[in-house]
Design a protein around this ligand. Structure first.
Ligand code: MIC
Ligand code: SF4
Length: 645
């Protein structure tokens, strides 16, 4: 990693360890962001840490995921978050102000700083050269408490960009190309660093689309250099003062280099149900479409919506489709209103949503049964849209809009019109009136009846028995483990939310956990390759923990989810394909000496009581992570460490 931008930023923030790829390090966190769906629990955990004021340079609490307020629960969460932000010194971004990543890029991101967010798409701010990572809420809470963030020193994959994007091909196609090369698994512990002549031909919003969806490859983060283009963007946001130039050395050493010639790209699309099922649009053109949704933190910038508006001007979309547009931020909405582009979009037949995550997280706009939906979002996991058998495709705004006009999947180059190449103006509308600045350290914290305390765990027992409660296949996402959509309102009520663990995979999972608990047994989850892909939601670990899950055994486990398992005292264990094949749902597994195994660096010994054989599981825990698991999770660890001081 010598000479890379990653090395330079990490060097400035390193507080523990050495910058040797693969080894554990700790870095100082300058900024944090939280959003309502993960933030409520993060702040409840922050409260449990008894720290009077956040210790970061800047922390922002966004309301963007669940803004529908179908009932009091959600509105109570917002009120809680507003009061807690005021009390602890956090900026509060009201519902309607926009999606956290887009707004953060516009108003707060700073090149060269570190950002930790309780959302997996936090790397969006890598578009202006931040080292921005997603993590579980508890990790973000401890960063707000001034603790460093622990991670594995990454390997740096260089993405060498040359050329210039042709007409009708845009940033989404670049990241889809990257996904087609790297796939959505096997990239844990890497960072994507973009460099080369082609970089200057991409604007900051383009770069942010690329770093945003880099999350789908499973890397720790993605980042671009900070250059004159970055300065121009910050200047247009009236924030030129935070600009600094950042770039890798000419002879920087990358672990691997991926070559992408922007000029040679064509419109691409990801087929259901994974973002890495990428094919040229040409390969699937003609498939009838029921819905087209433009929005999400990936593609909802001024450029994206102006492109859409310019293509639509004077036209109407196909009568057969439902056409939905959600701007990424209030600034984007204000800009497209000012320039009358919003009128063009409305005239074309759009349903305009407020600037929020909305349909991206299954909050509304579920497509009809078995239908095809083309979306500019970043994830098309099965069922995430709210319709189990919907066929969701991911594409650029250009491809989405061409498909909306024709009512079928269409390569935008077939629109036979001049490509509207959009740039942003010298200055955006700056209106920060929907931020609430923290003022009152004595503010009373307001809690609604749906807000429960964070669940507690016991230290890892000396010996225990678990039942294999579920055995799932490869690429199980956190959406499978802990569904969102209308259930988001239970994010601060763990007892209720836990009833829905694996709900759409195996409805009886949580009932069985409860039965086993009565019998004095814990549970194990057996997973395949790339277990825990996707969202940073710590509920995918916290709720299983609450139900008595003590171990996850999988072929591989994705980074953020692995961190969350550790934070909640669940053993993240690795098994071989043979072990995986041999284990059955219902098997009783005896852990005769797990503490002793961890303390003595030995593989975890397990006896399969049901089938009568013994096997061992590997793990890759640092000394600190072992201690956390032994204590039963990060909250217990922090309070024990405090006692020791
Ligand atoms: C997502 O895109 O899956 C989410 C919803 O933004 C999640 C966070 C959450 O589950 O609250 C993420 O990406 O981390
Ligand atoms: Fe929101 Fe979707 Fe972005 Fe997640 S991916 S932050 S749900 S817009």
């Amino acid at each position: 990693m010598r000479g890379t931008l990653v090395e330079k930023i990490l060097n400035k923030h390193l507080v523990e360890g050495e910058l040797t790829p693969g080894s554990p390090i700790a870095i100082r966190i300058d900024q944090t962001l939280t959003q309502d769906a993960t933030g409520t629990m993060a702040f409840l955990q922050f409260e449990a840490m008894n720290i009077p004021r956040v210790k970061t340079e800047l922390s922002v609490s966004y309301i963007d995921h669940n803004t529908l307020q179908m009932g009091f629960e959600n509105a109570d969460d917002h009120r809680y978050l507003e009061s807690v932000a005021d009390r602890f010194g956090v900026i509060y971004s009201k519902a309607g102000n926009g999606i956290c990543h887009q707004v953060h890029l516009e108003r707060f991101g700073v090149p060269g700083k570190t950002l930790l967010g309780s959302d997996s798409h936090t790397p969006t701010n890598g578009g202006i050269g931040m080292f921005a990572m997603g993590a579980g809420g508890l990790d973000v809470a401890s960063a707000m408490a001034g603790e460093p963030f622990y991670l594995t020193c990454p390997r740096v994959i260089g993405v060498h960009l040359t050329g210039k994007l042709p007409d009708w091909v845009s940033a989404k196609d670049v990241i889809l190309k990257v996904l087609s090369i790297l796939s959505s698994r096997g990239n844990v512990g890497c960072v994507l660093e973009y460099f080369g002549e082609g970089v200057k031909n991409l604007t900051v919003p383009d770069r942010a689309t690329i770093t945003n969806m880099g999350a789908e490859t499973g890397v720790t983060t993605s980042l671009f250099p900070s250059d004159e283009e970055t300065r121009r963007f910050l200047k247009a946001q009236k924030r030129e003062d935070v600009f600094s130039e950042l770039k890798a050395d000419k002879d920087a050493e990358y672990d691997r280099v991926i070559e992408i010639d922007l000029s040679a790209l064509e419109p691409l699309i990801a087929k259901p149900h994974n973002p890495d099922k990428v094919v040229p649009v040409r390969e699937v053109e003609g498939i009838p479409v029921a819905q087209v949704c433009i929005g999400s933190c990936t593609n909802s910038s001024y450029r994206d919506l102006m492109t859409v508006a310019n293509i639509l001007k004077g036209k109407t979309v196909s009568k057969k489709i439902s056409f939905v547009v959600a701007p990424g931020s209030r600034q984007v909405l204000q800009m497209i209103t000012k320039e009358s582009a919003l009128t063009d979009i409305i005239n074309a037949g759009a349903r305009i949503m407020e600037p929020a995550c909305g349909f991206c997280i299954g909050m509304g706009q579920a497509p009809p049964t078995g239908s095809v939906s083309i979306r500019t979002i970043n994830r098309n996991f099965e069922g995430r849209s709210g319709t189990k058998d919907a066929q969701v495709y991911l594409a650029s705004p250009e491809t989405a809009i061409a498909s909306a006009l024709k009512g079928k999947i269409t390569d935008p180059r077939d629109l036979n019109m001049k490509y509207p190449r959009i740039n942003y103006p010298d200055s955006f509308i700056i209106d920060d009136s929907m931020f609430i600045m923290p003022e009152n350290p004595d503010r009373k914290i307001e809690r609604g009846p749906n807000i429960g305390p964070p669940p507690k765990n016991i230290p890892l027992p000396d010996e225990f028995r678990t039942v294999v409660n579920i055995k799932v296949g490869d690429k199980i996402t956190t959406d499978h483990i802990m569904p969102a959509g209308p259930l988001l309102k239970y994010r601060s009520n763990i007892d209720v939310y836990s009833r829905y663990v694996f709900h759409y995979v195996d409805e009886e999972f949580s009932d069985r956990c409860k039965e086993y608990k009565k019998d004095g047994k814990f549970c194990t989850i057996v997973g395949g390759d790339s277990y825990g892909q996707g969202s940073s939601r710590e509920h995918a670990a916290m709720c299983p923990m609450h139900l008595g899950v003590k171990a996850v055994m999988a072929l591989t486990i994705e980074r953020i989810h692995r961190g969350n398992l550790i934070n909640f005292g669940i053993l993240p264990l690795y098994i071989t394909r043979d072990d995986y094949e041999r284990l059955n749902q219902g098997d009783i597994l005896h852990f005769p000496e797990p503490r002793d195994n961890l303390e003595n660096n030995k593989d975890i010994r397990i006896i399969n009581d049901t089938q009568g054989y013994e096997f061992t599981c590997r793990y890759d825990l640092s000394d600190r992570e072992k201690e956390i698991v032994l204590f039963g999770g990060l909250l217990n660890y922090i309070s024990e460490k405090k006692k020791e001081k």
